[in-house]
Write a protein that binds this ligand. Structure first.
Ligand code: G3P
Ligand code: CA
Length: 297
């Protein structure tokens, strides 16, 4: 993998022909059930039974030790005992993939305005660490390549959330970087966006996908199958309301995960339903709690 900042200028944006998109979806719906099952087994192991420990994903890295979605926070997550790191990707004005959660710059940098209206060169001048602690002054917004550099030399897995709509053309350099670094077996994409999930089917048919939903539809298995996804990720309240969805997903060979749970009470409730993964802002505390409550696992 290159570490050179060759950050690509995305050329012409291809518009996905609707006939092609429909055909891709039909193919996925017909054949991807098996692929999703294989992905689930590879990414998060055997699907859980109620009470079994779920995998832990550090939400935006490890936010307890460093500013979210920066390399220090990601590195802290990669160096810890948690299995996954979660991060958010957005596009700059000039089409570069950057690791940042908010659409706007104000909360986590000393800049202002929309990420989508700033160039990569402009974002590089911003301080993304001082807001968190003086010790992190000068920390930059990472490019996706920066993430891949540290991720490649780790043994952890990554849940990469794509914020906003990504076209096939916009996805392609990101996918190419993943394959060039050889990390395709340790990375799963997640998105709330219908358009992005559709485009991932074409741009990265062999990379696992997770469908994010604040509200679960009546049939989450059908939802996952529709996008050829390996799992659905939702809120605790959704599973509390309909705990039977966990068994339905598992019966179909699909995973179910919850975001973002930060207390023992919630972790305990989540595990009682048999969910496969928990996204948390307190990854070390969850790891310690799991070790204490489920010794030997
Ligand atoms: O990965 C799911 C979770 O991160 C979604 O919430 O707003 O923190 O990206 P958000
Ligand atoms: Ca996220």
């Amino acid at each position: 993998m290159t570490t050179a900042r060759s950050h690509r200028r995305y050329s012409t944006r291809r518009v996905l022909a609707s006939a092609g998109a429909t055909l891709a979806l039909v193919i996925v719906m017909l054949v991807d059930h098996d692929a999703a099952t294989v992905h689930a087994a590879n990414m998060w192991g055997t699907l859980r039974e109620p009470g079994q420990p779920a995998f832990i994903a550090g939400h935006r890295g490890d936010r307890t030790t460093a500013p979210e979605n920066t390399i220090p926070a990601i590195q802290a997550a990669l160096d810890s005992s948690m299995e996954f790191v979660e991060l958010d990707l957005q596009k700059t004005l000039d089409g570069e993939a950057v690791v940042i959660h908010d659409e706007t710059l104000e909360r986590t940098t000393d800049g202002a305005g929309l990420v989508a209206e700033a160039t990569w060169a402009e974002l590089q001048t911003l301080d993304a660490g001082s807001w968190y602690a003086e010790a992190f002054a000068g920390t930059r917004i990472p490019h996706f390549d920066d993430f891949v550099d540290v991720f490649q030399i780790s043994r952890k897995k990554a849940l990469v959330e794509l914020k906003g709509i990504w076209s096939v053309d916009e996805l392609e350099p990101v996918i190419a970087e993943i394959y060039a670094a050889g990390v395709q077996d340790r990375l799963v994409f997640a998105s709330f966006e219908v358009g992005t999930l559709h485009n991932l089917i074409e741009a990265a048919p062999n990379l696992p996908r997770v469908v994010l939903r604040r509200k679960l539809p009546l049939d989450p298995v059908r939802l996952a199958h529709y996008y050829g996804a390996a799992a659905v990720m939702t809120r605790l309240a959704e599973v509390r309301e309909r705990p039977e969805v966990v068994e339905a997903m598992h019966a179909a060979g699909l995973g179910i995960m919850l975001y973002t749970l930060n207390s023992e009470e919630r972790w305990s409730e989540a595990l009682s339903y048999g969910v496969d993964g928990i996204i948390t802002d307190e990854p070390s505390a969850l790891d310690d709690w799991l070790a204490a409550t489920a010794p030997g696992t």
